[in-house]
Design a binder for this molecule. Structure first.
Ligand SMILES: [Zn+2]
Length: 260
């Protein structure tokens, strides 16, 4: 599922392809993703152009010259493809054609993505209860937020209304890199552990974003490539285990991440 690093990648992708090109037409092969009417989308988009792409959490806002935003949530499988092809790629749910014939396709095989129009980014974030972006937190803000939370640290990290952008996979990675068991209650973490978790949160998100952009694989000591029960831990002699936490499949190494 696309998380902050993947959306950062698509922000750069849109920046380098789809900005400053007048929109000629709007096409909606899978209407259920569009959270407004097709007519409304046409009225707001045709004739304008995107000036900027802004990522917040797992959302990508395409700001248009007329002051509106076309907003994408990628669901489990959403992705962009910009091309001059006439035929939409398989599973295209929505696309825009530009004045020069180029197209921005939004491809979504599992149809769990969502596309919105909004006049205000701030109102949109409020309406959808989206918290501050993970990369905008200061260490102190992060600490204060976590110490107020009940439940598990895994649940807190993936709660989009608290911290926007972290999903199942990179929450597991941050906890693995910090050596914290995913079931730990945030209030049981020492100040030192919270500081380290903050540093690892930033490090993991930035490392994965950079590696996606450059096409490099993730560092060898990352858990992400070993998400399988019984797999060898990339850091110790332990074996990776899976447990459900808040209904999500959570991978960890019991040797590296001791339960408190
Ligand atoms: Zn281990």
């Amino acid at each position: 599922m696309p998380e902050l690093p993947e959306i950062s990648y698509y922000k750069k992708y849109v920046d380098s392809t789809a900005l400053h090109n007048k929109i000629r037409s709007v096409h909606v092969p899978v209407p259920k993703l569009l959270q407004t009417s097709e007519k409304d989308a046409e009225e707001h988009l045709i004739g304008t152009e995107f000036t900027k792409a802004i990522r917040h959490g797992k959302y990508l806002f395409l700001e248009s010259k007329n002051g509106n935003y076309l907003v994408f949530h990628f669901g489990m499988t959403g992705k962009f493809d910009f091309s001059h092809e006439d035929d939409p790629p398989k599973y295209t749910a929505f696309y825009l054609m530009f004045e020069d014939g180029a197209k921005l396709f939004f491809i979504c095989p599992r149809k769990l993505g969502k596309i919105y129009l909004t006049e205000s980014k701030d109102d949109f974030l409020k309406e959808h209860s989206i918290g501050k972006d993970a990369l905008d937190f200061s260490k102190d803000e992060f600490k204060h937020l976590l110490y107020k939370k009940r439940g598990s640290i895994k649940g807190a990290l993936t709660n989009q209304s608290l911290i926007a952008g972290i999903g199942n996979m990179y929450a597991d990675e941050m906890l693995f890199q910090t050596g914290i068991h995913p079931k730990t209650s945030p209030s049981d973490l020492s100040e030192d552990e919270v500081n380290q978790l903050y540093d690892k949160m930033i490090e993991v998100l930035e490392t994965v974003s950079d590696r996606k952009a450059s096409g490099e694989s993730l560092p060898d000591n990352y858990l992400t490539g070993h998400r399988e029960p019984g797999a060898d831990c990339p850091k110790s002699n332990g074996k990776i285990e899976m447990m459900k936490i808040s209904g999500r499949s959570t991978y960890f190494c019991p040797a590296c991440q001791k339960e408190k």
